[in-house]
Design a protein around this ligand. Sequence first.
Ligand code: RVK
Ligand code: MG
Ligand code: MG
Length: 312
Amino acid sequence: MTDPTRVDRARGLLFGLALGDCLGASFEGKDGVTEADIVRAEHATGPLSHTDDTALTLVLARHLAHRRGASNRGRDGVDTDVLARELAEAWEAEPWRGYGGGVTTSFRLITEGTPWREAIRAVFPDGSYGNGGAMRVAPVALAGGDVREVAELARRSAEVTHAHADALHGAVCQAVATHLALGLDATEPVRVARFVPPLRECVRSALWHDKFALVAELADSDVDPGQAAAALGNDVSAPGSVPLALLSFLRHPGRPVAAIRFAIRAGGDTDTVAAMAGALAGAHSGYAALPAHAVSRLEASRHLHLYAEHLA
Ligand code: RVK
Ligand code: MG
Ligand code: MG
């Protein structure tokens, strides 16, 4: 195996995310899913439809691609007022993509003219701690030049829908981990120690530090998906899903399909955990490591290629 190019990794990131979302969607909330069930879904024929995870990732990827260039790095890479409107418009065009309940109300209010800072506290006054900011954040890993810049872009991209600190921590964690995965030599073993210290630095929260310690411990164990979900959570909250996605990747370095299958077999919010695991694994191993047949069936293929090339 050779180290993948930047374009191959950018494609791997976006296609890995979409593949996890599409495959995970049909197993959401189901118990007792086996490896064979997922293999059947991978080898089936016909288009693979995505959910809100991929739909909003494409919006953020387009937003970042339109703002590229030396003078637009860092804080200027995300224009919060514009991004809030673009995300709400994507919901309005396709409200049937499986959106969360809180964010649906926020998007409706935004399309009716309510300022986003007000709209996002209409249902949850403290803000949503859902994983919606983290599920769409991966393209930020391609847009930021270093860990600090990626963390700042992640926060800004998430805050237009999610005001709760845990949702923002989740977005920062997923974006920074994806950025680190992009930078690792794919021919070398993946070491957990490359991830945990920078994540601890960017995410200043005791709850999250405890989760990172658990991920580090479990990454070196033979934990099965059910045990991983019991230890880390597998729900729609950011702290209850982002660490499980990171573990799914770290347990299967160089094997994106295995990472996605592990995330799905862990149950719960399978589309989102598998999407985040797929983004991490694809960013590390590149597009060529993804299963060609399943990838060829992805509904959003054309746009995924387009934005991967722009952002690479
Ligand atoms: C359906 C109480 C809260 C809360 C708070 C709970 C799609 C609510 C994607 C809410 C992802 C849910 C997922 C999701 C992404 C959040 N108090 N409960 N402060 N904050 N919740 O609506 O984009 O699947 O039950 O903001 O983050 O595939 O409905 O949406 O799995 O979390 O939804 O939070 O969801 P939302 P989101
Ligand atoms: Mg979804
Ligand atoms: Mg989900």
